[in-house]
Design a protein around this ligand. Structure first.
Ligand SMILES: [Zn+2]
Length: 310
């Protein structure tokens, strides 16, 4: 018996003396965790995975919560069903967010731009806070990662995406169409011949029985809903995958004519509603030349104007 007690003491001494940290990272999560430390150390984090205790595991989370981090023991619990539904970008965002709590000791940062873009991966949902995460833009990811590891990085210093509808020089009037129809389809232009261009799609007196307008440009969908209370402006890519949304809450007032504009400028696509800038992302998200409206219940007047820009 004495021997056993001595052995136990010896074992506990060994454990208390050694400073071994334990990491339990299932294979599903390991690449995101590795990426976090890689990105962090490129930005001066100076912490390696082996320096900390960390466990990630699947579990069940209630409501809209996808994961939690227990900062007491550095255990991250991820809802398996929600995880399996997520795109790569959303998975990266989720793991980086939780590691932001567990590794960086960060709290939530519920800030957004005037156009409802999330300012931080560390956004929460307190008091119904909502914002649009720019998951599909490499420019935004660079900014988000810089901000994650250094809160002093300012959005305004990093991204020059805001633009004025009027600060352009039109060079060629490419096409003008004015029609009254339930649906409008146009696919006569190969846009790759232009470096810069502008597409104005205007819906006249549309606020009848239809509560929203939408036109597609190739794989991109651009819609506006005047009467919706939650999401008013929405941009989708590749079959309805939402890449941007804005909850206007009175910050944009529309009239009964709505003009949706997509402008290509350099390597960016810029989006305007009634000549007000709402969003931009890189052109690599866009493919295809076909322009078409949503199908309306009744004929409405639509105007299409395409111009080449300097
Ligand atoms: Zn959180």
């Amino acid at each position: 018996m004495k021997k056993i007690i001595a052995y136990l003491i010896f074992i506990s001494l060994v454990f208390s003396c050694s400073n071994e940290k334990e990491q339990i990272i299932p294979i599903e999560f390991s690449r995101y965790v590795d990426m976090f430390f890689e990105e962090g150390n490129q930005r001066g984090l100076n912490v390696n995975l082996s320096d900390i205790d960390l466990e990630l595991r699947f579990g069940t989370q209630s409501g809209t919560i996808a994961a939690t981090c227990s900062q007491r023991d550095n255990v991250i619990m991820i809802d398996e069903a929600k995880w399996n539904e997520m795109s790569e970008e959303k998975k990266t965002w989720l793991i980086f967010h939780e590691l932001g709590h567990c590794v960086l000791d960060r709290e939530h940062r519920n800030d957004r731009t005037n156009n409802d873009d999330c300012i931080s991966i560390m956004r929460g949902a307190e008091d119904n806070f909502d914002c649009s995460a720019n998951l599909y833009s490499s420019k935004w990811w660079d900014y988000y990662l810089d901000e994650l590891f250094d809160q002093g990085v300012l959005f305004s210093d990093r991204l020059e995406l805001f633009d004025n509808y009027y600060t352009i020089n039109l060079t060629t009037d490419v096409i003008r169409v004015d029609t009254i129809s339930k649906e409008f389809i146009f696919d006569a232009i190969e846009f790759s011949q232009y470096n810069n261009f502008r597409i104005d799609f205007e819906f006249i007196n549309w606020n009848t029985d239809n509560n929203f307008v939408l036109f597609n440009f190739g794989n991109i969908g651009f819609g506006n809903c005047d009467t919706c209370t939650d999401v008013n402006v929405q941009i989708t890519a590749n079959g309805g995958n939402v890449v941007y949304y804005q909850n206007v809450e009175g910050s944009i007032q529309f009239n009964s004519n709505v003009k949706l504009t997509i402008r290509k400028k350099g390597s960016d696509l810029l989006f305007f509603v009634n000549e007000r800038f709402v969003h931009a992302f890189e052109e690599d998200l866009w493919s295809g030349n076909k322009i078409f409206s949503k199908y309306f219940d009744e004929p409405i007047q639509m105007k299409l104007a395409i111009d080449e820009l300097e």
